[in-house]
Design a protein around this ligand. Structure first.
Ligand code: FE
Length: 219
């Protein structure tokens, strides 16, 4: 299922992630897969490799490496903010849904949060496949209407004096939040730093481990 289709597909596409439509979608995907295999257009083994890749090999650990590098290397951080696609590709993270990446820097004054209001556009090469809540209607609508309320539900209360900016992903542009580096991590190498970076801290619905605000609960 191409995410790009959602943005050109009208309201029907936007409903694909809803409740009962999910199982219907699942059936349609299976039927389509069977047909493609039967006709010899796709190799089931190749499909398995693709799914395995996005479920296990590509994931938030990639994004965590990017963040850890940015925290450790000011020149890399600047490159990431200027041209995230190239800076991320330099670490080997390229591919579908990552053709145009933009990094958003969190600061003591600004907190960034990412949503796809139309469907589930997400930076696959650095975060893997989106979590269920990211694709669900409540997050997609409320992230825009009441972002601070959404953060509270994630167990994370943003101080009132911190501005919140909500970014709507599209088929063309995918965002990666660069969270603030937690205090007391000055002596840490990139491996240790990467271990502090949570998936949700790169979506903006959470914080890296050790960053001062209450840690979110996992959902
Ligand atoms: Fe989308």
């Amino acid at each position: 299922m191409s995410h790009d289709d959602h943005h050109g597909g009208g309201p029907a596409g936007a409903d694909d992630h809803e409740g009962s439509a999910l199982s219907e979608m699942d059936l349609r995907v299976r039927a389509l897969e069977s047909l493609l295999v039967e006709k010899g257009y796709v190799d089931p083994a190749a499909l398995d490799i693709l799914i395995e890749t996005y479920e296990h090999k590509v994931g938030p650990h990639n994004g965590a490496r990017v963040v850890a590098r940015a925290w450790s290397d000011p020149a890399y951080k600047q490159w990431l903010l200027d041209d995230a696609t190239a800076a991320i590709a330099s670490l080997g993270y390229t591919g579908r849904q990552g053709e145009h990446l933009v990094a958003l820097e969190n600061t003591p004054a600004v907190h960034n949060m990412v949503v796809c209001t139309l469907c589930s556009c997400y930076p696959w090469p650095v975060l893997g496949l989106p979590p269920v809540w990211y694709k669900a209607a409540p997050y997609r609508s409320r992230a825009v209407i009441d972002p601070r309320g959404v953060l509270k539900e994630f167990g994370f209360e943003l101080p009132a004096d911190v501005e919140i900016r909500v970014w709507d992903s599209t088929a063309e542009v995918r965002y990666l939040v660069l969270p603030m580096r937690p205090p007391g991590t000055e002596g840490m190498g990139e491996d240790a730093l990467a271990a502090l970076v949570t998936r949700d801290s790169m979506i903006g619905t959470g914080l890296p481990n050790g960053l001062g605000y209450p840690n979110q609960e996992h959902i």
